[in-house]
Design a protein around this ligand. Structure first.
Ligand SMILES: C[S@@+](CC[C@H](N)C(=O)[O-])C[C@H]1O[C@@H](n2cnc3c(N)ncnc32)[C@H](O)[C@@H]1O
Length: 300
């Protein structure tokens, strides 16, 4: 098992995502002799996990059942242990697309935080790209290193424990893209520019407040970035409903006066209705996480 390569069968040392239902998933490191408690009963790793196919339905000791899934960045995002605020898949999808990430891309990121975005970047840039991620909180940096090793993506990532605003990313002239998720991104824009390849490349900064966005935009312009744009990505859930609607009354059919019903209908309207399935969007959309500001380093 690796977060960047699918395998069919669960082995000792793998990470498995125990899927209880759509709102409840537990990441588990598989170890011979170990057990995991769930509300449906115990899962015994040696008999219930090792040797089973990823995706299998496993019956727990109390008779309830779960699915044992191969890890993906999306499943990791909804089940990882939070050490910080994290980015979710709606923002991550936009970041990946707008930064034009692809296999082979070299990316710089700060801060690493809980590694939610890092895992998605790694899956996208594998098997030949590289992620340079900077985190100034020592324990978070160490924990991220440990997780990347356990998830077998450590060959694709370098974690640096330093202050990106003071010491930069530890590389110069190599990055195709830079991502910032720190409280004062404007202080890191100069270091981001230095880390990027000489010409071209994309940058993105995530900030919860519009005042931070304004300062970042000023810094990006001062450093010569162009094509600035700021997006807020909101997930709009449509609820499916069954509704009855009256059939519209278009009046008598004057184009076909020989039709006797045309006159009758005028005096006796028909109160017919149709039942249809439709969706209703919410009146308000909660879920502001932050603003994504993108810019391009000019070519030449
Ligand atoms: C909100 S978290 C990042 C979450 C991450 N994007 C994720 O998806 O899991 C911000 C992180 O940036 C780190 N940080 C803040 N300022 C920093 C700086 N100047 N240099 C390096 N790391 C910094 C914090 O310690 C924190 O772990």
């Amino acid at each position: 098992m690796s977060f960047v390569k699918y395998s069919d069968f669960i082995q000792e040392g793998d990470v498995v995502i125990i899927h209880l239902n759509h709102n409840s998933t537990i990441p588990v490191k598989v170890q011979k002799g170990a057990q995991t408690q769930t509300r449906y009963g115990v899962i015994r790793h040696s008999t219930d996990l090792i040797g089973q196919r990823f995706g299998s339905k496993v019956t727990c000791s109390k008779g309830g059942w779960v699915h044992v899934l191969h890890p993906t960045p999306e499943l990791w995002t909804v089940s990882l242990p939070h050490r910080t605020q994290i980015l979710y898949t709606t923002d991550i999808a936009t970041i990946t697309m707008m930064l034009e990430l692809k296999p082979g891309s070299v990316v710089c990121e700060s801060g690493t935080g809980s590694g939610s975005l890092s895992h998605a970047i790694l899956r996208t840039i594998a098997p030949t790209g590289h992620l340079h991620t900077v985190e100034f909180h020592q324990q978070r940096a160490e924990k991220a290193k440990e997780e990347f090793r356990e998830h077998r993506v450590d060959h694709l990532v370098t974690v640096r424990n330093q202050d990106v605003c003071k010491d930069g990313f530890g590389v110069r002239g190599v990055a195709d893209a830079v991502f910032l998720d720190i409280p004062s991104p404007w202080e890191a824009v100069g270091h981001a520019k230095a880390a990027m390849k000489k010409q071209g490349g994309r940058i993105c900064s995530f900030s919860p407040c519009i005042e931070q966005v304004q300062r970042t935009c000023d810094a990006l312009s001062d450093h010569g970035f162009d094509e600035l744009s700021t997006l807020e990505i909101l997930l709009r859930v449509h609820e499916v409903r069954t509704v009855s609607m009256p059939l519209p009354d278009f009046g008598p059919d004057f184009l076909n006066p020989s039709e006797p019903d045309a006159v009758k209908e005028e005096s006796a309207p028909v109160h017919a209705a149709v039942t249809i399935k439709t969706t209703t969007p919410p009146r308000e959309i909660p879920g502001h996480t932050g603003y994504l500001t993108f810019a391009t380093k000019p070519r030449g």
